[in-house]
Design a protein around this ligand. Structure first.
Ligand code: SAM
Length: 162
């Protein structure tokens, strides 16, 4: 949705979004593009809901153009990520909780290697890189957002529909 909102500033650049999970049932669920009322009420502005979703019984169905932007892949985060390629932005929210400190550190370092210097990492609200890796540093003023340490990353300003 955010990429669709700022399409004009992308200058026609192709965008590829890959959603991964270890669990097939989670991937299958994500592929449906169906969200419950509870899920769409957790922070999604009503203008975005109306613009990008259609009501489907008790659920909300994301529209086809947005669904077409995402491909899904079964993937274990503990595997070598190099076959997945490079990522400008990685959302790794609420997954590190499953791992011990050494594994968290290994996974984050591997993610860092798959990013360009201005890459960004999003973690869950209760997660941090502190004490786990020095490859990432918090972006000041942006909760849960990290840039590669030493990179001159511009401040993150995500557009939100009014
Ligand atoms: C708590 S859910 C978080 C889902 C989503 N990121 C969010 O914030 O709503 C954790 C997900 O991590 C997946 N997961 C756990 N271990 C994994 C691993 N080693 N590799 C990839 N995915 C894993 C689980 O299958 C589950 O779907």
């Amino acid at each position: 949705m955010i990429l669709a909102e700022c399409r004009a500033s992308l200058g026609g650049r192709a965008v590829e979004i890959v959603g991964t999970d270890l669990a097939r049932e989670q991937l299958a669920r994500a592929q449906t593009g169906l969200y419950s009322q509870f899920e769409v009420q957790r922070g999604l502005p009503i203008t975005m809901l109306v613009k990008y979703f259609k009501k489907d019984g008790a659920n909300w169905q994301i529209n086809d153009p947005l669904r077409a932007m995402v491909s899904f892949r079964e993937w274990n985060l503990l595997a070598d990520p190099r076959p997945l390629g490079q990522f400008d932005i990685v959302f790794c929210r609420n997954v590190l909780i499953y791992f011990d400190q050494a594994t968290k550190s290994r996974v984050l370092d591997a993610i860092a290697r798959q990013m360009p210097p201005d890459g960004l990492l999003y973690l869950g609200g209760a997660e941090t890189v502190l004490g786990i890796t020095d490859r990432f540093s918090a972006i000041p003023g942006e909760r849960g957002v990290y840039g590669l340490t030493g990179a001159k990353t511009p401040p993150v300003r995500l557009p939100v529909a009014a």
